[in-house]
Design a protein around this ligand. Structure first.
Ligand SMILES: Nc1nc2c(ncn2[C@@H]2O[C@H](COP(=O)(O)OP(=O)(O)OP(=O)(O)O)[C@@H](O)[C@H]2O)c(=O)[nH]1
Ligand SMILES: [Zn+2]
Length: 210
């Protein structure tokens, strides 16, 4: 397979099928169905505008499907006087929804990399987190996707991503373990090869806290 075909088939296999996207009216009707399923009356005054609001809120919750991570990371600042040490943005808050229950999970992401060809704007790393958080997710997938996008765009010596989150599907329903925290990490390059680099990352993530 040629490189072009290979890259196209990878892109197609990870792309979301947007065919058959329902109209706004269909989406609002689906909300009315769920309101009835919950046991309420969608025609009562307090709920009349709810389908409209829910559909609008969905646009925000799931705006990540319209984001292209490679575009977010496409501007690289090369003039950094040869800076090639760790860049870490920690405690990036995010809100996502689990793909199993469509219930929120939320917490913080810490992302780090060792630059080679320059650095990206710090806000772009937070935008990258949001681009993946604002989709239906598992925490593991989101962690891996953030790391993969950074590797592809920055060709860094290494990437470290750590996410700490509480899953409402474990707090407010099901097993009902409020406060349980899930930690996921993805290391590439020097972070994967050298345990001392993982320790450095974790020390910086934890550093300066009371
Ligand atoms: N690995 C992983 N699991 C998740 C994530 N978000 C939710 N889950 C889990 O997905 C699982 C779905 O399990 P199922 O048995 O199919 O569904 P369920 O009957 O609603 O499961 P319970 O939550 O145990 O009641 C649950 O164990 C959730 O805790 C995530 O980000 N990563
Ligand atoms: Zn869930």
């Amino acid at each position: 397979m040629s490189d072009v075909v290979k890259s196209l088939s990878t892109r197609l296999s990870t792309a979301v099928d947007k065919s058959g996207v329902p109209s706004r009216e269909e989406a609002e009707a689906a909300v009315r169905t769920l309101l009835r399923w919950a046991g309420d009356d969608p025609t009562r005054e307090g709920l009349q505008d709810t389908p409209k609001r829910v559909v609008k809120a969905f646009k925000e919750f799931y705006s990540g499907y319209g984001e292209d991570p490679s575009e977010i990371l496409d501007k690289i600042f090369a003039e950094v006087e040869g800076y090639d040490d760790i860049v870490l943005v920690r405690d990036i808050p995010f809100y996502s929804h689990c793909e199993h229950h469509m219930v929120p999970f939320f917490g913080v992401a810490h992302v780090a990399y060792y630059p080679t060809k320059g650095v990206v704007g710090l806000s772009k790393l937070a935008r990258l987190v949001d681009a993946y958080a604002r989709r239906l997710q598992t925490q593991e997938t989101m962690t891996a996707q953030i790391a993969r996008a950074m590797v592809d765009a920055l060709e860094p010596r290494g990437v470290a991503v750590m996410i700490e989150a509480e899953h409402m599907c474990m707090s407010m329903r099901g097993i009902q373990k409020a406060g349980a925290l899930t930690l996921t990490t993805q290391f590439t390059g020097v972070f994967k090869e050298d345990p001392a680099e993982q320790v450095r990352f974790l020390t910086l993530v934890r550093g300066g806290r009371g």
